[in-house]
Design a protein around this ligand. Structure first.
Ligand code: NAP
Length: 322
């Protein structure tokens, strides 16, 4: 089958270890099933894997990809859930210390076929396009849990998103807007900030800008480059939800004093549960949300999409048709 595979890793030249070509179809463990993919999508996670972060070298070659939608063995249309719990785990699978994401232990979704545990698919609603469906399992699910499970905000609250154009950032803007939250963004680039406003953000600011008022919650995925701004932007008692550190995880200042003095909550957030993914698919359809898509490419041209992400050019999701 055609697949996008990580064959070697380089922190400085991630594309050097990317191979787009033929791979054997995945072996299917007992109690697992297969999905024939129609669409898949790219995440920063795939770039981290190529850089050698989160994917040990002894597991290579590994088919990349956490996002996908396709046809299940029974012929139904499904969205793939990428969080694989350990055997026997019950409850919130994101809290399973032995969980993995597709492409960390088991081959991922940037392929014609993916094998997943039987419970790791949710029905694709009829009103959800294949392109939109591919966007949801990782960046959008992460944004959903950040906003609706972990931020503790109510409609009318002001939420600052650090970053404007990325997959998680655009999902936060579109979901927050649909839920009646006032979404503010920061960006390294004014045009990308304006694009976020066109997508539904209330205001856009340059990175580090002084805001007109303090916000109720900050959605943080940029990390070191924006951490101090996130702490300073919050009202007393506000919440930072952090799910990523694209610019690094060692900020120049940890801001411990401000965190305790302002009684801030710092909440880690990772992916989401299968139930949250099912609710997300329904919400996207019912609210008429069309996830922001940067580009749609045939899987054979996946390298071009990876290059856009490595260069920081992506606005929304890069979708692959299989
Ligand atoms: N914990 C989880 O479950 C989970 C799930 C999904 C993603 N993540 C993590 O979240 C991060 C974003 O993922 P993604 O797929 O959305 O990536 P992406 O599409 O490549 O987006 C990158 C985002 O970061 C901003 N950015 C990058 N470098 C920056 C810098 N130096 N200063 C300021 N802003 C910067 C960009 O904003 P502008 O270009 O507008 O400035 C953009 O919004 C990644 O680190 C990823 O690993 C974690």
């Amino acid at each position: 089958m055609l697949a996008v595979t990580c064959v070697s890793q380089s922190a400085d030249d991630p594309l050097s270890g990317l191979e787009v070509g033929q791979r054997p179809e995945p072996t299917v463990p007992e109690d697992w099933t297969t999905v024939r993919l129609r669409t898949a999508a790219l995440n920063h996670h795939d770039v981290w894997s190529l850089r050698g972060v989160g994917l040990p070298a002894d597991r290579l070659p590994m088919v990349l990809g956490c996002d996908g939608a396709g046809i299940a063995e029974d012929g139904s249309e499904v969205v793939v859930h990428a969080v694989v719990a350990s055997p026997g785990w019950t409850g919130d699978e994101t809290l399973d210390p032995r969980r993995s994401l597709l492409s960390e232990v088991h081959d991922g979704t940037l392929a014609e076929v993916v094998a997943v545990p039987r419970g790791n698919v949710v029905p694709k609603p009829a009103g959800l396009s294949w392109e939109s469906a591919a966007c949801l399992p990782t960046a959008w699910l992460t944004a959903y849990r950040m906003l609706f499970t972990n931020a503790g905000v109510q409609p009318g609250a002001t939420v600052l998103v650090q970053g404007a154009a990325g997959g998680v950032a655009t999902a936060l803007v579109q979901l927050g807007r649909a839920a009646g939250l006032r979404m503010w963004v920061t960006s390294r680039d004014a045009a990308r900030g304006e694009a976020a406003v066109a997508l539904g953000a209330d205001r856009a600011f340059e990175n580090g800008a002084r805001l007109p008022e303090r916000v109720d919650a900050v959605m943080e995925t940029v990390g070191a480059a924006t951490w101090s701004h996130s702490v300073n932007a919050l009202r007393p008692g506000g919440t930072i939800v952090i799910s990523g550190a694209t610019s690094g995880d060692a900020p120049a200042k940890a801001e411990l004093t401000k965190i305790f003095f302002k009684q801030l909550r710092v909440v880690g957030s990772t992916m989401g549960t299968r139930d949250e993914l099912e609710r997300l698919t329904r919400f996207v359809v019912d609210a008429g949300i069309e996830p922001q898509v940067d580009s749609v490419l045939p899987l054979a041209d996946a390298r071009d999409g990876f290059a856009r992400m490595v260069d920081g050019q992506v606005s929304g999701k890069v979708v692959f048709t299989v």
